[in-house]
Design a protein around this ligand. Structure first.
Ligand code: SF4
Ligand code: SF4
Length: 379
């Protein structure tokens, strides 16, 4: 079996090891096989030396959080995300990755009405104490604020789980955009799952189908704004995922909400009130993938004093579905983030990614989306 990775990309690692301290799974285990360098060495054995992608190889790949902290640390520009996604796609195509029950769960994400109805039913069951706490589900909302298009200056991508569980963040974004004078259009049918979790799981064909639907749901030239770092990173990668001129053009329109607001900072009103200081947590897909994490500071810093963490953007362990599929490792990774939050004073944390917010909140941290605070400061 070949992994179908690009040989030049696989060869670009010079085994220097500078990425190791930035890898959360290496930090927890201290094992080479759980490091970027070790994972690349294992990929080389399969692709170049004909080694069998056995269960041990699959477990090495599966344990990666796909945080891509190794990419920003790497002086040789190794595209680790591409290598890991390609490896997982090859394994999944052979039925060696992402079992059937997970594939069924991922399929649900593309059926938004079903997802919203299921979430509401779960919320009712939670109120009746029928959902065991060990499932680790957050307290789901019984009702969600309605969202309505207000114009066509920008699109707001609303997503699947975030729209079902955290629509109040979208409402805050719409309030902030209204304050800048921008009219907001909401996606049409099909614009409800970016496919990021599918790519993480190696389900590339399913992710491509979702990408086509998302692109069709937001036609034209207006910027596509995203308030989830993971979804934004995925939408920006459609050019690579789908590989058409239309997909490349679409990706060029995508902006993280903070990125767009920072570009239009002159349109942001002065605060109606000043907020207390907050601790800024950088989601990996904002810092290491989109590399736009400073925009959060540009925007939120106008309204609240900001406290920085001292862990150089180390992953919190959320990793999309990782915290559900690898709860022990995710919790061990999170311990380092919790220690950094404690060193920063244990105050309120802001995170621009729903997965990080839920993962940290499950450990008792008070987490808000930066846009919720900006909306409050403007009200
Ligand atoms: S993506 Fe994250 S978890 Fe995976 S090898 Fe790189 S640093 Fe480690
Ligand atoms: S991925 Fe980059 S930083 Fe890590 S060992 Fe290879 S060359 Fe060095």
């Amino acid at each position: 079996m070949t992994l179908d990775l690009i040989d030049a990309e696989l060869a670009s690692c010079v085994s220097c090891g500078l990425c190791l301290p930035h890898c959360p799974t290496y930090r927890v285990t201290g094992e080479e096989a759980a490091s970027p360098r070790g994972r690349i060495a294992a990929m080389r054995q399969v692709q170049w030396e004909g080694a069998a992608p056995d269960a041990e190889f699959v477990s090495f790949m599966d344990a990666c959080v796909q945080c891509r902290g190794c990419e920003t640390a790497c002086p040789s520009g190794v595209p680790f995300g591409r290598l890991m996604e390609g490896t997982r796609a090859a394994l999944a195509a052979e039925g060696r990755f992402t079992p059937r029950w997970q594939r069924l769960a991922y399929r649900l994400l593309g059926h938004h009405r079903l997802l919203v109805a299921g979430s509401r039913a779960l919320a009712v069951a939670q109120r009746a104490h029928l959902v065991p706490r060990r499932l680790g589900l957050p307290r789901l909302p019984l009702r969600q604020p309605p969202l309505e298009s207000t114009g066509g200056d920008v699109w707001l991508f609303t997503g699947c789980v975030m729209d079902a569980w955290q629509r109040e963040v979208h409402a805050a974004v719409m309030a902030v955009l209204a304050a800048t004078g921008a009219g907001v259009a909401l996606p049409g049918r099909g614009g409800d799952c970016c496919g990021a979790l599918h790519v993480h799981a190696g389900l590339t064909p399913a992710a491509r189908k979702l990408a086509e639907r998302v692109m069709a749901s937001m036609p034209g030239d207006a910027p596509v704004l995203v308030d989830s770092a993971g979804c934004g990173a995925q939408l920006k990668d459609y050019g690579h995922l789908v590989g058409t001129d239309a997909a490349i053009a679409f990706s060029g329109r995508v902006r993280d909400i903070h990125e767009w607001l920072a570009e239009h900072a002159d349109r942001l009103p002065a605060p109606a009130r000043t907020l207390d200081a907050v601790i800024v947590q950088d989601p990996c897909h904002l810092r290491h993938v989109q590399r736009t994490h400073l925009a959060v500071r540009t925007v939120l810093g106008r309204y609240a004093p900001l406290i920085e963490l001292d862990d150089e953007g180390l992953c919190c362990g959320a990793g999309g579905a990782y915290s559900t599929l690898h709860p022990d490792m995710a919790a061990a990774v999170r311990e380092r983030k919790l220690a950094a939050i404690a060193r920063a004073g244990n105050g309120m944390v802001v995170s621009a990614n729903p997965g990080c917010a839920l993962h940290l909140a499950a450990a008792g941290v008070t987490v808000r989306h930066p846009m919720e605070l900006v909306a409050e400061a403007l009200s």
